[in-house]
Design a protein around this ligand. Structure first.
Ligand SMILES: *Cc1c(COP(=O)(O)O)cnc(C)c1O
Length: 352
């Protein structure tokens, strides 16, 4: 099955929407030096001016790094903005639905609930593997979006490429692939497949490998047609000037990012090997991200013990398929040694 025409997938009110036209949108002429169009204060430079609504400088620098065209990039206030916009663009509240793998990143369901769109989770298998047939069986004519996450959070593994491709080829709606952790994985990123799959939306973020969670900058890559819908619906100045400037700075330090990734991957191997030796460790799941999921003997008690010692990991033990699991982010060697040292001294109060 091929993709439905975009107009059939987009909410009619969004398709017809005439977006807000800001002063900075309307002025596109020769170099100007006197700006009396936006009711800004002429004092307090450089904070007095509205930022570029389309963040063109950032996109020009980002495009070659990511192997896409500037027009195929949307930038938002974290990936979370792109996720929310996907709902608002494609999903009619109370009518449409989305399908997603489970367990996965919690924001897809939160955005579905906020937008009053039914969320249909489809369980991965016990090795957190994707079965495209099972996923697609949950979709119907009101399914507008499918959410995949690879490497997946909280399990850490890459989803199998052939299964993702089956979803892209067979689903007539939009497929969102969240590749927040792709920098840590060997798998070929799907953002390079935009020309092949017009129904593909890929999410990336500055928050993980790029070390810039504080600036809140997320990316979506899709066809220029789809990106123009994102641009139409977003707040006019959704990415502030401080964030745009800092994004340019981090893009100049690409080699630091590569170094961080290499360091974290090396450290990950050491931490996982040491963690596997702990008495409390039942199992460590394979990972392609900067964290790993571990099944332990009594996750709640261990989590509470670590908190008491000032060490915070993520307790995922109430998540489906993750009973007694903790998710551990790779930190500095000092941080990781604090964790391992604390766990070596851990004594369960009662042994069940
Ligand atoms: C951390 C994470 C993000 C990043 O979200 P931002 O809003 O860009 O910080 C996106 N997706 C997944 C799966 C994540 O784990």
């Amino acid at each position: 099955m091929s993709m439905k025409p975009l107009q059939k997938l987009v909410r009619p009110n969004i398709w017809a929407l005439k977006p807000y036209s800001s002063a900075r949108d309307e002025y596109k002429g020769a170099a100007a030096s006197v700006f009396l169009d936006a009711n800004e204060n002429p004092y307090n430079a450089p904070y007095n001016r509205y930022p570029d609504p389309l963040q063109l400088e950032v996109k020009e620098m980002l495009a070659p790094v990511k192997g896409v065209k500037p027009g195929q990039i949307f930038l938002g206030n974290g990936s979370d903005e792109a996720i929310d916009l996907a709902f608002r663009i494609f999903c009619e509240p109370k009518t449409d639905n989305v399908v997603a793998i489970a367990p996965t990143y919690g924001m897809y369901k939160v955005c579905a609930d906020i937008n009053d769109v039914a969320y249909r989770p489809v369980l991965l298998d016990d090795g957190f593997r994707l079965d495209a047939g099972k996923l697609l069986a949950a979709a119907d004519e009101h399914t507008k979006l499918i959410f995949l996450c690879s490497p997946n959070n909280p399990s850490g593994n890459d989803l199998e490429r052939e299964e993702i491709v089956k979803v892209l080829e067979r689903f007539p709606g939009m497929v969102v692939i969240d590749e927040a952790y792709a920098d840590f994985s060997e798998q070929k990123p799907f953002r390079e497949e935009l020309e092949t799959y017009p129904n593909l939306i890929v999410l990336n973020t500055f928050s993980k490998a790029w070390g810039s969670a504080a600036i809140r900058l997320g990316m979506a890559f899709a066809s220029e047609e789809v990106i123009s819908l994102f641009n139409k619906v977003k707040y006019p100045y959704n990415v502030n000037q401080l964030t745009q400037r800092q994004a340019v700075e981090i893009l100049k330090k690409r080699f630091d990012v590569d170094k961080w990734v290499k360091t974290l991957l090396r450290e990950r191997g050491q931490v996982m090997a040491a963690f596997a030796e702990l008495d409390i460790c039942e199992k460590i799941y394979p990972t392609n991200a900067n964290f790993f999921l571990a099944k332990v003997k009594g996750a709640d008690a261990i989590y509470a013990y670590l908190v008491k010692n000032g060490i915070i990991v993520r307790n995922r033990s109430r998540v489906e398929l993750c009973g007694d699991c903790l998710r551990v982010t790779i930190g500095t060697p000092q941080e990781d040694n604090s964790l391992l040292g604390a766990l070596r001294s851990y004594k369960p109060e009662t042994i069940k």
